[in-house]
Write a protein that binds this ligand. Sequence first.
Ligand code: SF4
Length: 729
Amino acid sequence: MSRNADESRAERIRAILETEGPAVSANASLLNEKRYDAIDSFPAYDELRSEARGIKEDAIAQLPELIDRVTEAVEDNGGTVYLAADAADANAYVESVAADRGVDSVVKSKSMTTEEIEVNDHLESREIDVWETDLGEFVLQVADEAPSHLVGPAMHKSRAEIAALFNGHFEPEEPLETAEELTRFARDYLGERIREADMGMTGANFVLAESGTIVLVTNEGNARKSAVTPDTHVAVAGVEKLLPSVAELEPFVQLIARAATGQPIAQYVSMLSPPTESPTLDFESDELGGGDREFHLVLLDNGRFDLREDDELRETLYCIRCGACANSCANFQSVGGHAFGGETYTGGIATGWEAGVHGAESVAEFNDLCTGCTRCVNACPVEIDIPWINTVVRDRLNRGQDPDRFDHLVDGLLPDEEAPGFTLQKRLFGNFESLARVGSATAPVSNRLASSRPVRAVLERAVGIDRRRELPTFARRTLIDWFDARGGSRVAPADATREAVVYPDTYTNYLSPERGKATVRALESLGVAVRVPPVGESGRAPLSQGMVDTARARASDVYGSLAEHVDAGRDVVVIEPSDHAMIHREYERLLPAASARRLRESSYDVMEYVYGLLENGADADALRAGDGEAVAYHGHCQGRTLGTDAYAVAVLERLGYDVRTSDVECCGMAGSFGYKRAYYELSVDVGEPLADSFADAETVLASGTSCGEQLEALLERPARHPIEHVGPQ
Ligand code: SF4
């Protein structure tokens, strides 16, 4: 990214943090908490997620047949189905229906698909009045703004801002103030519009092919009113909304409201199989009218069939648009969808939708806001791997870039697998292992140089590394060198309960060997024979920059180095949670299935491994006892997704520590993200709630390198890995 682009992005984010940030943060965090509560009290949640995922996979696989089936069913009911190729086609069809029926005014319920085709603008350009009847959408219509969230479109506005907006726009006799007054005003105002409207438009959360049924899930009841009050109902739905029949609907009804708002079920689940023969309504005479009803189902392609053919992005089509991925995202909680979103869609899954329906260029501005923390993965009710979608699109975007003007300086020096043209920033962060090797070999000179003002100025200008962020310090002696120099393991294999390889990840080996030494000592004290062989970087660094080919090559090298140990029955112990998560999640995408599985089944997070040893009889007295010492522990986001952070808490508690944890989703540092000039302020904003929650803690522990760096910067005191705290000195 150029210096100017960096600065304008930072400026835009800064402005949103100041204006929309507080309301988004409060509302997205609240929905996130409610989701956790709802799921905690619903044991069937995970089982239903898998069931829903399977139904969606099957439905998308048989999409052409479902379209035929729904067409037949809707026509049998007296309606019409139109398969629209793109937005222009859909809009032209809706316009033709309106023209045939002499429509002057339209009422709409909330629908992201109609936002996608911008049908309001199209109809208004034909002098047809369009009214949004969802309260949030109505607020945005008055404010002339785009939605900032899939479910809560006006989530970025406070009650006071909405009151000021309504009072200024509508000039009511008594100023509106409370949420009740605002809602009542909107309901009365929109009730009039609904009664007067000639045509109602809705989206559809689901469309049941067998019966031609439109399923609408809302909390306001406005969708059903908009659909049935006017004589003509047009429903616009992406083709991916099709399910075979009502038999497949139940898991989605159980999941969607829990994931979206934490409700067991939404206030209104309307199932309409529009009977065009039922009587129309006449509000003037208060009698049933004698007019004709019409129903039109517009099924929208607009890139969806291409997404269906895309092996990497197909799962975007399984999305039920609950917004949980946005609510669980630390960056989204800070800035909302006006920064973390594209032309139409917002949050983590926006990357898949935008790339599919508007093209990859509409993703470029916000794709980097997905840091791959994976907190959305468990939140998604249809098990979509949202971070992987973001990574794949990032990789594709990288390939479309013009060569960086500094690229020739590093091309050939950096051992990645990518074609020239990546930004210098991405290549340097993606090849961090090479930099760390040189930095360590030349320390302390490298550290002095890297912290000098002229070098920081160059790094900021040429690479986009924010000078306010302290750079990590390279250790002169690596973990591997230390281990070799001490003569290897102090526990002979013949005397050991187990044999383990400590994976010398880049951060531990070159930057923080102390936590590696603590790991070696702790495992030995628990009876394990340890090895620290030279093994390359896991691929996490290049993957985070969207360098998938390089990550695949790194993964393959790691497997090549560790396979002999796995064959020999040795366990692989990983200290850095992001590398452990790489082996457990992303290697499935990067390695042959059997290799990924073998490595996954032999690899453990270090605290998980210690927990297992203690559970199997190792002597806890070998580790440092807590004796009631209070510690604040932040588990790494990717470790939390895998559930391994719980082992650190369990070990600390077993050793007698009084452990406090934070429920923030991510520290905000996220590897290289917090170093980037464009995102430094966002990174700090995300990290502050975590730092605040630990502000009074004397001892702060964090399992991830980045988490530790962020906490140290914000709290101005050390934050060590738990193994350093409990390991024998
Ligand atoms: S990707 Fe999953 S969590 Fe995100 S909106 Fe879609 S269904 Fe919901």
